[in-house]
Design a protein around this ligand. Structure first.
Ligand SMILES: [Zn+2]
Length: 276
């Protein structure tokens, strides 16, 4: 499934490295982590840094998004009924919270051949690899995936950029993309606490060019953030963290508890039928 970042030839694993036939080689850490970004950019900070990864990890491990994770697994199983030998790609996998669960669900059902998680953040992929040896986690750019043409049967794109053209390239003929996007009311109470004039999320902006939406599942439930730390961790995961004025942050920091709505859409997308 994985190809060389430099020349796009297939990669094989040997001697603690991923190598292509043209002599390009990428170190494989003991954990199985591999950085497929090369050159000057590879050493530079890109993607989520270690603090953000740690905050998200604490939040996810609190079980706050467990219902979404479980709904995703159920959806994957219903979509793959009667199939086997599947290749799963989680593009923008973060620290692998959903990747681990999705791969395990498909593996337990006897339907998984291989699973790959990619993320632009080294800190995130390195952590993911340490948690789960059964999935290959690599640092890579979703807009230039180190994945062979047509090699992925299922692509997960969960709260992550979804480059339609690149997804079409790597998707197998019967393949599906499963996306998670925020529902209209997601984090409404948090936005009310922080903003004078909060707005609801637009649900109609998530079209993927070249794809048709085949199905959608709404997952919505209330959740109590019962400590300032939990509120802070969630907030740091949101896009609002970087663009909220000081007054809003002050209001947030004074909260001891916040009852918040989690609302998500799981979108199942398949390549549009070709015009005849
Ligand atoms: Zn190469």
């Amino acid at each position: 499934m994985l190809i060389c970042h430099v020349c796009a030839a297939p990669l094989t694993e040997a001697d603690r490295a991923m190598r292509c036939p043209n002599g390009h080689s990428f170190d494989l850490a003991a954990s199985g982590y591999c950085n497929l970004l090369t050159g000057s950019r590879s050493g530079k900070y890109i993607g989520d840094d270690r603090d953000m990864v740690a905050a998200r990890r604490r939040f996810l491990e609190s079980g706050a998004y467990a219902l979404l994770r479980d709904a995703l697994c159920r959806l994957l199983l219903s979509l793959t009924e009667g199939r086997d030998g599947l290749s799963l790609l989680d593009a923008g996998c973060g620290e692998g919270y959903y990747t681990r669960a999705a791969a395990a669900a498909l593996r337990d059902a006897g339907r998984l051949k291989q699973a790959v998680g990619t993320d632009i953040s080294k800190a995130a992929t390195r952590y993911a690899a340490g948690r789960d040896r059964s999935v290959r986690y690599v640092t890579a750019n979703s807009y230039r995936l180190p994945v062979a043409d047509g090699a992925a049967d299922l692509i997960l794109s969960l709260f992550a950029p979804a480059p339609a053209e690149e997804f079409l390239r790597v998707l197998s003929p019967r393949g599906l993309v499963i996306r998670a996007v925020p529902g209209a009311d997601h984090l409404w109470e948090l936005k009310q606490a922080v903003y004078d004039e909060p707005y609801r999320n637009r649900e109609d902006k998530h079209r993927l060019a070249g794809f048709d939406e085949r199905d959608r599942v709404r997952v919505e439930y209330p959740f109590a953030l019962d400590s300032p730390g939990a509120i802070r961790d969630l907030f740091s995961m949101t896009p609002y963290a970087k663009r909220t004025p000081r007054e809003g942050l002050d209001r947030l920091e004074r909260l001891e508890r916040l009852d918040v709505t989690f609302s998500f859409l799981l979108l199942v997308c398949g390549p549009s039928a070709l015009d005849s």
